[in-house]
Design a protein around this ligand. Structure first.
Ligand code: ATP
Ligand code: MG
Length: 400
């Protein structure tokens, strides 16, 4: 099979392949870009694999960077674009269910493709668009099937992260696991505990932000991968209930809010789980704030919500509104009304108050905790609509 119309990224990379070939080596486009081109999906990161050793690649181009030289990867800089060129390699013995102990450079494309995770990721393409399909990746692509290259059990033993990649690709591509691949994940799910949390996290979030996230999540549950993750183990029922949510989360904070909502976690519990998942602090803040607000949206009167909305802010409102809609707890019209209510708040931040600490001190309030309490009191009154946000009115309210 031959791809006739090459995407611009491939066209731009073509001269690179030709330069390597002219020097007597083989070079191909490989990996996700070839898969995505065949699926007519947008392409990112065009990867190149070659029989040339890293030193041989470097000798052929003016500007290169040793991106991952130990693993055989050299970035070739060409017309402002960077292409990762990686020497064909095999990965010998894996002792700890994650990285190979060493990589060996080889001259054979087949050996290189053999070590790749799934058949649809083991396709190669020549400079003129000819597809090289040594592991029946094209048939699996057509059948929307995710199948491990070779013996699935062995492949997940070598690198347990591949199990998370499997459910992530299902969600991104709307593919189904091949039966033996599924069985091997089920059998080996516990090996996931050997993998660094950051790497599991990254795959999990990519899965949850994918258009077909529920396809991936359903298998994350059915293969029991969930049982090997902190916070989600023992939560099969609540996780399964999430599958009914409609729409797609648009950021990571929303993903955690969706989970927390269904698990009925408190913001503190959510924070503990997020720490165990090694989440970034800004995500922890965003999702716990949105969770707090989400509960308030359902519990408080519109009047009382002014203060809650002010404290949570616009982003938390967007996140909570989106996720509560996904789980059917709130209607789109209600979210719009809340957004209008937020937009109409007389204050968006403490800086918007018409007096500040200095003004209060000038009016005779002593510095210290009382000052802060009084400023907060004024903000509450302004937000409740009982005092106008004007210096005189505010100072008068304090009896100054
Ligand atoms: P995307 O970049 O869209 O997430 P991708 O398929 O390009 O998907 P990458 O992680 O960029 O995935 O890896 C590039 C290629 O390297 C893959 O297509 C696959 O052939 C191979 N690969 C990556 N990670 C692994 C792994 N853990 N085990 C085996 N092969 C892998
Ligand atoms: Mg990629």
């Amino acid at each position: 099979m031959r791809l006739v119309e090459l995407a611009p990224d491939f066209v731009a990379g073509k001269p690179l392949l030709q330069t390597i070939e002219a020097a007597g080596f083989e070079a191909y486009f490989v990996g996700g870009a070839v898969r995505d081109a065949l699926l007519k999906r947008p392409i990112h990161d065009v990867d190149i694999a070659t029989s040339a050793y890293p030193a041989e690649v470097k000798a052929l181009f003016k500007k290169t960077v040793d991106t991952g030289i130990k693993h055989g990867t050299v970035t070739v800089l060409d017309h402002g674009a960077g292409y990762e060129v990686t020497t064909f390699r095999t990965e010998s013995t894996y002792q700890d269910f994650r990285r190979p102990d060493s990589v060996t450079f080889v001259r054979s494309l087949k050996e290189d493709l053999k070590r790749r995770d799934f058949t649809v990721n083991a396709l190669a393409m020549t400079a003129d668009g000819q597809i090289i399909d040594l592991f029946d990746g094209l048939a699996d692509l057509k059948a929307k099937r995710l199948k491990a290259v070779g013996d699935a059990h062995e492949r997940f033993h070598e690198d347990a992260l591949r199990m998370m990649r499997a459910v992530r690709f299902e969600a991104q591509l709307n593919f189904k696991l091949a039966p033996k691949t599924r069985a091997a994940i089920q059998e080996n799910h516990r090996l996931l505990t050997k993998i660094a949390m950051e790497r599991i996290h990254s795959e999990f979030i990519k899965m949850m932000l994918s258009p077909h996230w529920a396809v991936g999540l359903a298998d994350f549950i059915s293969t029991q991968l969930y049982a090997a993750t902190p916070g989600l183990a023992h939560q099969q029922q609540a996780l399964t209930a999430i599958l009914k949510a409609t729409g797609v989360c648009v950021n990571e904070a929303q993903v955690w809010l969706l989970l927390a909502w269904q698990m009925q976690w408190t913001p503190d519990q959510l924070q503990q789980v997020l720490k165990a998942w090694k989440s970034a602090n800004d995500v922890i803040t965003a999702s716990t704030t949105a969770l707090t607000l989400g509960r308030q949206l359902l519990a408080l009167s519109d009047q009382a919500l002014n203060w809650a909305l002010y404290q949570a802010g616009a982003l938390a409102l967007a996140d909570a509104g989106h996720v509560l809609q996904m789980v059917g707890q709130i209607q789109p019209a209600r979210v719009q009304a809340l957004q209008q209510q937020y937009a109409a708040l007389p204050l968006k931040s403490p800086q918007d108050l018409a007096v500040n600490g200095r003004d209060l001190m000038a009016a005779g309030v002593k510095p210290g905790p009382v000052l802060g309490q009084q400023l907060q009191h004024l903000q509450k009154q302004v937000l409740a609509g009982t005092i106008a946000n004007e210096p005189q009115a505010l100072l008068a309210a304090l009896g100054k």
